[in-house]
Design a protein around this ligand. Structure first.
Ligand SMILES: C[S@@+](CC[C@H](N)C(=O)[O-])C[C@H]1O[C@@H](n2cnc3c(N)ncnc32)[C@H](O)[C@@H]1O
Length: 229
């Protein structure tokens, strides 16, 4: 049995200043995958049934590249890997990192605000979607008596911190392969109203499981998994 724990993390030689660098939340996801993927199963899903995986909000591309690394090493894992981001710089950065890791033209990159630019051919096709979204509440500040919002698509999740994620969740079922079990992995933060978020997720038909947590400075960051309720 191959030990995924021994797989090297992708080499991230390109980090642009406007692109989110791999951080604790990124490694919460990667380290979980190291624990739960083996030659036959991806977190309990038969690994040979997974045809398409999407890394939404890919940033440097590290999560998509780690999935590509698993693919190289496990013969039954033949899933196609997709990575998307709203930011031009992130897509450029992830494409360069794909090359550095010798996976040139292996990952399909899509520059898109959530699913807006996804072709119809990708509807109902993803078995697994990973999204480490911007998850912090927006900061507002006063300047010359005008209230302004500082926005940064790396961390600004909207007024309550989960508006971007909820927008994603409202669109996601159109792009999930609903003919078999699917998983959505995502990060949330204790700085947001998690019980409100959970209520919304339940209304939309998802069951949420907490997989891991880490305390970082002033918040807990939480790795979650959604599946059909
Ligand atoms: C917290 S960073 C995560 C980056 C990377 N996945 C990681 O884990 O290191 C959030 C990413 O989501 C992207 N993003 C924010 N809003 C988005 C949207 N509406 N559609 C697609 N990507 C978005 C940002 O550009 C950023 O790269």
């Amino acid at each position: 049995m191959k030990n995924i724990n021994l797989f090297p993390d992708p080499i991230i030689s390109y980090t642009f200043k406007e692109v989110y660098p791999p951080s604790d939340d990124t490694y919460l996801i990667i380290d979980y995958f190291k624990k739960i993927v083996n030659e036959n199963f991806f977190d309990g899903l038969p690994i040979n049934t997974i045809r398409k995986i999407l890394d939404m909000g890919t940033g440097t591309g590290i999560i998509a590249l780690f999935l590509q690394e698993i693919k190289k090493n496990l013969s039954k894992f033949t899933s196609k890997i997709y990575a998307s981001d709203i930011s031009d710089a992130a897509i450029r950065c992830a494409t360069l990192n794909e090359r550095t890791n010798n996976y040139k033209d292996s990952i399909t990159f899509i520059k898109s605000d959530l699913f807006r630019k996804f072709p119809p051919s990708l509807q109902h096709s993803f078995d697994i979607i990973v999204f480490n979204p911007p998850y912090l509440p927006s900061i507002t500040y006063k300047e010359k008596d005008i209230i302004r919002r500082r926005t940064d698509s790396n961390w600004d999740g909207g007024k309550h911190g989960f508006e971007v994620f909820l927008k994603f969740i409202r669109q996601v079922k159109d792009f999930l392969n609903l003919s078999q079990n699917y998983y959505i992995y995502y990060i949330s933060s204790s700085l947001t109203n998690l019980s409100q978020l959970n209520d919304e997720l339940e209304i939309l038909g998802f069951r949420n499981s907490i997989l891991n947590k880490k305390h970082v400075f002033f918040e807990d960051i939480i790795l979650n998994r959604l599946e059909e309720l």
